[in-house]
Write a protein that binds this ligand. Structure first.
Ligand code: SAM
Length: 189
């Protein structure tokens, strides 16, 4: 299992970023995202996208995100600009995944407390430059799956985007066009 824990959430200010952590986790191959108690709005949004665009993908809200870390049975990977370069640890992490160990990726919002650095089995940096939890998660997941996540099949979707060189085409899987080019098919954007 690959799970992503979003640690910290400042309501209002972090709403979009927390939602995007969940959407990125889902789109790029994680099995589950875990949000803290203040992020139930983001959880609703990610569940709604999963209902419409398919899964499987689990969305969990916990009162005790730190317990998710301390109780985790497999490797805990904290993404932080202060950590070791992803290119130096990705082989170890991929071995854990190949051995079916559950791997937890932790991303922060504001400053992450030092106990997380200490508990993490790996503190991993996607460059040692400050940027974004969404960007670091995306690069990390892509490195974990070596691009295979881009070809994933989705189950239980009630809509599917058909790639087009220009324009938008959304169909009901196994059914008719949901929206033609002229329709507003951009509800998920
Ligand atoms: N300055 C904060 C700190 O000291 O922890 C981090 C704030 S940053 C906007 C939010 C999150 O983005 C971090 O907790 C981390 O998970 C992620 N992040 C930012 N830059 C990163 C990098 N270069 N590598 C890995 N993760 C990064």
């Amino acid at each position: 299992e690959v799970a992503v824990l979003r640690l910290g959430h400042r309501p209002g200010r972090d709403d979009r970023m927390t939602t995007h952590v969940g959407l990125t986790a889902r789109a790029l191959g994680a099995d589950r995202v875990v949000f803290g108690p203040k992020a139930s709005g983001s959880a609703d949004t990610v569940r709604d996208i999963t209902d419409r665009f398919g899964g499987p993908f689990e969305v969990e809200v916990t009162d005790a995100p730190k317990a998710t870390i301390s109780d985790w049975t497999g490797p805990v990977v904290h993404l932080t600009m202060y950590g070791l370069p992803i290119q130096n640890v990705q082989d170890d992490l991929r071995e854990s995944l190949a051995a079916d160990e559950p791997v937890l990726f932790v991303v922060g919002a504001e400053k992450v407390s030092f106990d997380v650095y200490e508990r993490a089995d790996y503190n991993v940096a996607v460059t040692n430059q400050p940027h974004s939890e969404v960007a670091s998660l995306a690069v990390t997941l892509d490195r974990m799956f070596d691009g295979a996540e881009l070809d994933r099949e989705w189950v239980g979707a009630d809509r599917e985007v058909i790639p087009k060189e220009t324009g938008k085409r959304v169909v009901e899987p196994g059914g008719a066009d949901r929206h033609g080019d002229a329709g507003s098919a951009d509800e998920a954007e």
